[in-house]
Design a binder for this molecule. Structure first.
Ligand SMILES: [Zn+2]
Length: 173
């Protein structure tokens, strides 16, 4: 099953590589987390630099975790690219056989992008085994069609090959 965990779960060893496949999906790697504690570091499933920077500034300024997400319109801005979608597809496959943990700094129960990644896995991948997020993300889910498009481009229509075959056809004519 695809699940979420926090950096403190890793430190306290409540979550470890013996019980599941551990992936860190943060923009900045948590320096105090030894490589041996995780299987993969996947920044492609984290917010981009600009959004992450805006969120950190808002958190510092207002000392309000969930409020900071609101202020920077996080749910309307968080996205992943083809690389992220491919990685998510791979994790969903692994999660059919064992627990896969998506790790971020945020405390469990707080607003976090890893819950949006869980939602994407649940909504986009058939037969995926995904833990329910603790929060709701209506503004994020309004954008589901954009992610469906990304899913199709990543797994069904490979945009590059489609373009290439069109060019080849044009040449043949
Ligand atoms: Zn987080």
């Amino acid at each position: 099953m695809l699940k979420q965990a926090s950096v403190s779960d890793l430190i306290s060893e409540r979550v470890n590589r013996d019980i599941g496949y551990v992936t860190i999906i943060m923009r900045r790697y948590p320096r105090f987390i030894n490589r041996a504690l995780r299987d993969e570091y996947l920044p492609c499933l984290s917010p981009d630099r600009k959004l992450f920077g805006n969120l950190i500034s808002a958190k510092r300024r207002y000392k309000d975790h969930n409020g900071a997400f609101e202020r920077v319109h996080f749910d309307e801005r968080f996205t992943i690219d083809h690389e992220g979608m491919e990685a998510l597809g791979r994790l969903v496959r692994v999660a059919r056989k064992k627990d896969v943990y998506l790790v971020c700094q945020c405390q469990i129960g707080k607003h976090c992008h890893r819950e949006m990644v869980l939602l994407l896995a649940k909504k986009l991948f058939k037969d995926s085994k995904v833990e329910n997020p603790r929060n709701t993300y209506p503004k994020f889910l309004k954008r589901l069609k954009d992610f469906k498009k990304l899913y199709r481009e990543t797994f069904i229509v490979k945009p590059n090959t489609a373009k290439k075959s069109k060019q080849t056809r044009a040449k043949a004519n």
